[in-house]
Every structure is written in structure tokens, then in C-alpha cells.
Design a binder for this molecule. Structure first.
Ligand code: ATP
Length: 201
């Protein structure tokens, strides 16, 4: 099993940007969002259970899950959200462990936006938080997604606060707009993680 470094941060903080810098150094990534989509691909047992439970209305014409529709259904129904999480979380964890085990490198960067919210931080050896101001998160997300301020605020409110997230951090990488040399910072953490991985062995 490789040493596991969880990379987390709020919406629009720069997780993907930072992860890409690690990938350039040859670090393998496991992406929690990708896994969350994989477990409900067409013809999976999970998608069949969801269809049985919520009806065919949550399936798109091409057979894929209509995530938007499902989000709307569970938004105001805590029991349904609980049901869905109970189905998906074990499957996601199983697939995550499988991907960790397949890695042939001293450490893995586990990109996991909802690490704290989903209470899975104990699965990582180390937590690296990408930190920017809330204002920067809003500006970048608005620019990137062409979404509304209300929508971004809703997502921000559903995530843990910047302060709470930082409480869980072993390491913090700031990604402010005025910061320079992100790749230099990533290279320094990379060397640190290679050393920590060696010590753990
Ligand atoms: P999400 O959780 O919403 O998927 P994320 O944390 O992965 O977001 P990114 O997609 O990496 O964040 O970055 C959000 C946006 O901000 C992107 O459009 C990215 O190009 C831009 N961005 C990232 N870092 C910086 C920076 N240092 N200065 C300016 N813009 C940046």
C-alpha cells in the first residue's frame, strides 16, 4: 500500500491545478470524483438499485445517471440522501482501496474534495489543504463555470468552512492569485512526501 496524501480544498480553490503539478512530477493520482462516477456507470449494480429505488426518471436517454435530477430529489429529503449514501459510500471506499493497492509508487495523491465533509480523513496518512480566500473561490468558480453567485454560495455553504478545513491540515498550500511559483511549492511537498513514505515503510 502506498503512503496516502489526501489533497482537499473548497470549491474553486485550485485542487485540480495543484494535482496537475504533482502529476507533472510523475505522482499517481486517485480522484474521488472520478470514482464516484465510476460506481454508478450504466450496468453497475449501484445504478440498478438507484433505478429501482427512485424510478426511471433518474436515468438519461443514453442510460447514464441524471445526477442533477437525483440531487434535486435528495436535496430536501434527508432519508433519501441517507439511503443513497449508505449504498454508495461502501462501493466508493472499496474502489478507492482497490486503486490504492494497484499503485506502484512510494505515495499516491488522493484528490478528495469532500474529505472532511464525508469524515474520511482518517483514511489518509497526510492531509494537504489548498487554501485561498472565500472571495477568490467565488471569483474563480464564477469565471470558470458561468454559474450564478447564488449557486456558488449554496455550494460553499454546504462545504465545511475554511477555518474548519484548515484544522485538519498537516500541510497547507496557498494558491492566492498573487502567489507565484506554485510548481516550486509542489516540488518541495513532493520531496517531503517521498521522505515520509520511506520512513513509513
Ligand atoms: P472544484 O472543486 O470546483 O472542481 P478546484 O479546487 O479543482 O475546483 P481548479 O479547477 O483547479 O479548482 O481552479 C478553479 C479555477 O481557478 C480554474 O479555472 C483555474 O484555472 C483557476 N485558478 C487556479 N489557480 C489559480 C491561481 N493561482 N490564480 C488564478 N486562477 C487560478
Amino acid at each position: 500500500m502506498p503512503y496516502i496524501v489526501a489533497l482537499t480544498g473548497g470549491i474553486g480553490s485550485g485542487k485540480t491545478t495543484v494535482a496537475n503539478e504533482f502529476a507533472k512530477l510523475g505522482v499517481p493520482l486517485v480522484d474521488a470524483d472520478v470514482i464516484a462516477r465510476q460506481v454508478v456507470e450504466p450496468n453497475t449494480p449501484a445504478l440498478e438499485s438507484i433505478t429501482r429505488h427512485f424510478g426511471k426518471g433518474v436515468i438519461l436517454p443514453n442510460g447514464e445517471l441524471n445526477r442533477q435530477r437525483l440531487r434535486e430529489i435528495i436535496f430536501s429529503k434527508p432519508d433519501e440522501k441517507k439511503w443513497l449514501n449508505a449504498l454508495l459510500h461502501p462501493l466508493i471506499q472499496q474502489e478507492t482501496q482497490k486503486q490504492f493497492q494497484q499503485i506502484n509508487y512510494p505515495y499516491v495523491l488522493w484528490v478528495v474534495p469532500l474529505l472532511i465533509e464525508n469524515n474520511i480523513h482518517h483514511l489518509a496518512d497526510r492531509v494537504l489543504v489548498v487554501d485561498v480566500t472565500t472571495e477568490e473561490q467565488i471569483q474563480r468558480t464564477l469565471k470558470r463555470d458561468k454559474t450564478s453567485l447564488e449557486q456558488v454560495t449554496n455550494i460553499l455553504n454546504a462545504q465545511v468552512s475554511r477555518e474548519k478545513r484548515l484544522n485538519y491540515a498537516n500541510d497547507i498550500i496557498t494558491n492566492h492569485s498573487h502567489d507565484t511559483d506554485l510548481s516550486g511549492k509542489v516540488a518541495a511537498f513532493h520531496n517531503q512526501y517521498l521522505t515520509l513514505a520511506k520512513i513509513k515503510k
